[in-house]
Each structure stands twice: as structure tokens, then as C-alpha cells.
Design a protein around this ligand. Structure first.
Ligand code: AMP
Ligand code: MG
Length: 428
């Protein structure tokens, strides 16, 4: 039966295709103060408002000179001094040197800076101490070497991090156009669920997926919108889906397995959903549903058109299944809705620790596995990050999830991963 389901790679390619379409749709824009823009998605390019550096700049405290003069080691007459913040001055007379500070403009006609540590100073004259040499351009960054006025330095669609904040500040942007965060409806389903504040009765459990998914959504650049939990009955689900159709993306947790009270798929069908897949050959997360729902166009935040649809993920309710399927498939769609040019998920190579239990790292034929693991990301020099499986009792084991910081990928076509093997890990 499972061979009819798409593989991880097939499902990921399909989701990437939908994400690419979503990325071309119009995105709403708002202003963010530069200091509050970290983590937002840039909606405008950042361009240099002047050459960078704006003048030929000394990178050292020392003496500006002509390299050919200084390399002869004869004394050069000091003809002036420039501090950081002073306007460019000069020109440098022939056979002379010019006192200069880090960050100051070098005088016209100087082509190098000799460092204060390597000179001899005597009664208003300076010479480079042998055997030191200096070559043209040394300790100087020429005007415009980093960027020219008008150059695009950061493209729209970039997820703003500290380096972009600094670069934008350097270019004079005190506020930035950023994309409005997509609103992500989170609908948890299940008769057994009670809120975190409530004391669970016998047979009940706390709804941990709601706050977990909200945290995952916020981290991935979305605005979480928690809907009231729906009970496992058709009418409750119909009502919730009608409300959720106002969102930009819908995450439903639970109710997509094969059980008698797994009613999400039929409810989505009643709401007019178009299904892309109803299961993927992965573990955990095999019952994952991906569909598009006709949107409630009157209130949808993007556009007035009626033809728009909302991507919907029906995430299996077990917490680790929900987390893994969101990271694998939800993140790329959310990134596209957010206007980001980057697309998840993020995988890196690591080395499976030698003491790894072979049975725990066994493959399941026909399924790509994503197992909770603990990666050490400060390995010894020359080593890859070291990764170990976290012992677990299946995809409901939240204590195991809390001990993990990544997921070990076991491809569907390997027999078993050997201790010491180079492996891929999925980063949260
Ligand atoms: P389901 O996908 O609805 O069949 O649920 C699979 C398992 O996940 C069951 O053990 C549920 O009790 C559990 N589960 C479902 N939803 C949640 C939730 N929101 N928080 C924690 N566990 C859940
Ligand atoms: Mg359920």
C-alpha cells in the first residue's frame, strides 16, 4: 500500500513547486525600524548611498607614504597628520610621509601606510625599519573597493540578520520595508486534549502541539493564530475549517491517521480541498496530508481575488511527527508566503557517534526516517559535528524530543547506518 505514497524526495519536490508558485504572489509590505528588523524578510533591496569606503581609508595607525620611498628605508619628512573623522587632505609632498590613524582618509598621492610598530621616528622624520618592506596599497582600502555608490548590496527577500542590519545602517537606512508576516492558523484536533492550564482527567492529555507549533511558526517567520481545539466530530471540524480559511496557511494537528475518529481528510474534502498527497513514505509523519483550500477571499490578507487558495498541512498528531513534518514541508511553504528567497529545510553532514546502537539506527525499508538526535556542534578541529540518537519511545515521547536538537536522517534505501558513518541531519 505504501508504495503508492510519494517518497520523501518526491513529496519535497512537490512542496517546493507549490512554494515557488506562492513566492510569485503579491506580498503585503510594512515598515520596520532598523533596530526591530532582525528576523523579518526584507521587501526592498539595500543599495549603497555612496562609495564604500567613501574615501581611501587607512586600516592601521602609522604613516601614509609612497611605498617606493618607504621601502628604501631613508628618513621621510613628516608633512602633516590626519585623524579619523578629519576630511581627506594632502597632497603628500615628494619624499615625505604623513601621520595617519586607523579609519582616517589617506592624503592624496600616498599609496600605502607603514605601521607605527615598524618605524623609527626622529625629530619630525620617520623611516621604515629594515628589513621591512611595504608594497603599493598595503594597509589601505581604496575608495569604492568594497562597493560603488548605487550598488545593490542586499536583495529583497533576504531574512534580516545582524550583518544586514549593519550594512543597512552603513547605507543610511533607519527603517526598512519588510513583508507582513503570514498569518498561520493552528487547529489542533482531538477529544482527548485539554489546555495547558487544565488538570487532565483520566484518559486526557495536555495539548502540547498548540504551543509547540506556535513556536515553530514564529521561528519560521509566521504570525501564529491559535484556533480553539476542535473535537473529533464532523460539524466541529467544518466550523473550524470555515474560520481557518481566513489564514494564509493552515496547520491542522491530529485526525489524519486511519482511525475511526480521524475525520480531517473528509472535512477538508467537504470544504473543497484539492489534495496534493495524503501520506508520505517517512517515519515519523507518514499520514501527512498536503492540500489547498479555497480561501475566504473577503478577509484573506493578500488579495481581493477569489481564486486564491490556502495551503493546508494535516500534520499527524503525535508531537514528534508534527514537528518533523512541519520542519520538512511546512517551513518551505511558510518561507515562500513570507517572501523569503531562502527555502528550508536545512540539512548538514555529521558523523554518527561510534557508540551508536546499530538496532536503533536501523533503516525501515521504504521509509525515510527522521529520528530525534543530539548533535555536538563544537567538534574537534577537522571533525564533523558528532551526532547520537536520543533513545525514545516513539513519536509521542516529548521528553526525548526535549533532549534532542536535530533529527538524524536514515534514507529509505540504506540497510543500516554504521557507527562512525557520515550522515545527514535535519536542523530545526
Ligand atoms: P492523531 O494524529 O489524532 O491520531 O493523534 C496521534 C497521537 O498524538 C495520539 O496519541 C494523540 O493523543 C496525540 N496528539 C494528538 N494531538 C495532540 C496534541 N495537540 N498535543 C499532544 N498530543 C497530541
Ligand atoms: Mg486524534
Amino acid at each position: 500500500m505504501s508504495s503508492a505514497l510519494p517518497s520523501y524526495e518526491q513529496a519535497a519536490a512537490l512542496v517546493a513547486g507549490i512554494a515557488a508558485q506562492v513566492r510569485t504572489q503579491p506580498h503585503r509590505i510594512e515598515r520596520a525600524e532598523l533596530a526591530a528588523a532582525a528576523g523579518r524578510i526584507l521587501a526592498q533591496p539595500i543599495c549603497a548611498d555612496r562609495d564604500q569606503p567613501p574615501f581611501s581609508r587607512s586600516t592601521r595607525d602609522g604613516f601614509a607614504c609612497r611605498a617606493a620611498d618607504a621601502s628604501r628605508h631613508a628618513f621621510l619628512q613628516l608633512a602633516g597628520a590626519t585623524r579619523a573623522g578629519d576630511p581627506p587632505s594632502g597632497p603628500l609632498p615628494p619624499g615625505a610621509a604623513w601621520e595617519i590613524m586607523t579609519g582616517a582618509p589617506i592624503p592624496a598621492d600616498a599609496d600605502a601606510v607603514i605601521m607605527i610598530e615598524y618605524v623609527e621616528l626622529a625629530s619630525g622624520r620617520v623611516r621604515l625599519l629594515p628589513p621591512c618592506k611595504v608594497s603599493e596599497g598595503e594597509n589601505v582600502v581604496a575608495q569604492g573597493a568594497q562597493a560603488r555608490k548605487g550598488d545593490e548590496l542586499i536583495p529583497a527577500g533576504t531574512a534580516i540578520a545582524f550583518a544586514h542590519i549593519a550594512c543597512a545602517a552603513e547605507c543610511g537606512y533607519s527603517a526598512l520595508d519588510v513583508f507582513v508576516r503570514p498569518r498561520v492558523a493552528i487547529l489542533t484536533t482531538g477529544d482527548e486534549l485539554v489546555s495547558v492550564e487544565s488538570a487532565p482527567a483520566a484518559g486526557q492529555i495536555r495539548n502540547s502541539n498548540a504551543p509547540m507549533l506556535a513556536a515553530l511558526v514564529a521561528t519560521a517567520g509566521g504570525e501564529p493564530w491559535l484556533l480553539p481545539t476542535a473535537s473529533d466530530n464532523a460539524h466541529a471540524l467544518d466550523r473550524s475549517l470555515a474560520e481557518a480559511a481566513q489564514a494564509d496557511l493552515l496547520l491542522i494537528s491530529g485526525g489524519v491517521s486511519a482511525g475511526k475518529f480521524d475525520l480531517v481528510e473528509p472535512a477538508l474534502a467537504r470544504a473543497g480541498a484539492k489534495f496534493h498527497f495524503t501520506g508520505v513514505r517517512i517515519q515519523p509523519g507518514k499520514p501527512l496530508v498536503f492540500a489547498e483550500l479555497p480561501c475566504n477571499s473577503a478577509v484573506n490578507s493578500h488579495t481581493q481575488e477569489g481564486a486564491r487558495t490556502i495551503p493546508v498541512f494535516g500534520l499527524p498528531g503525535n508531537p514528534i511527527s508534527s514537528a518533523v513534518t512541519f520542519l520538512l514541508f511546512g517551513v518551505p511553504v511558510l518561507a515562500a508566503l513570507a517572501g523569503s528567497i531562502e527555502s528550508g529545510p536545512r540539512f548538514v553532514l555529521a558523523q554518527l557517534k561510534n557508540e551508536t546502537d546499530r538496532a536503533a539506527a536501523a533503516a525501515k525499508p521504504g521509509l525515510t526516517r527522521f529520528l530525534p538526535a543530539s548533535g555536538q556542534f563544537n567538534p574537534a578541529a577537522g571533525q564533523l559535528p558528532q551526532v547520537a540518537l536520543v533513545p525514545w519511545h516513539g513519536s509521542g515521547d516529548l521528553a526525548a524530543l526535549a533532549r534532542s536538537n536535530c533529527f538524524l536522517v536514515i534514507p529509505e534505501d540504506v540497510h543500516a547506518l554504521e557507527p562512525g558513518a557520515i550522515v545527514r541531519i535535519l536542523l530545526p
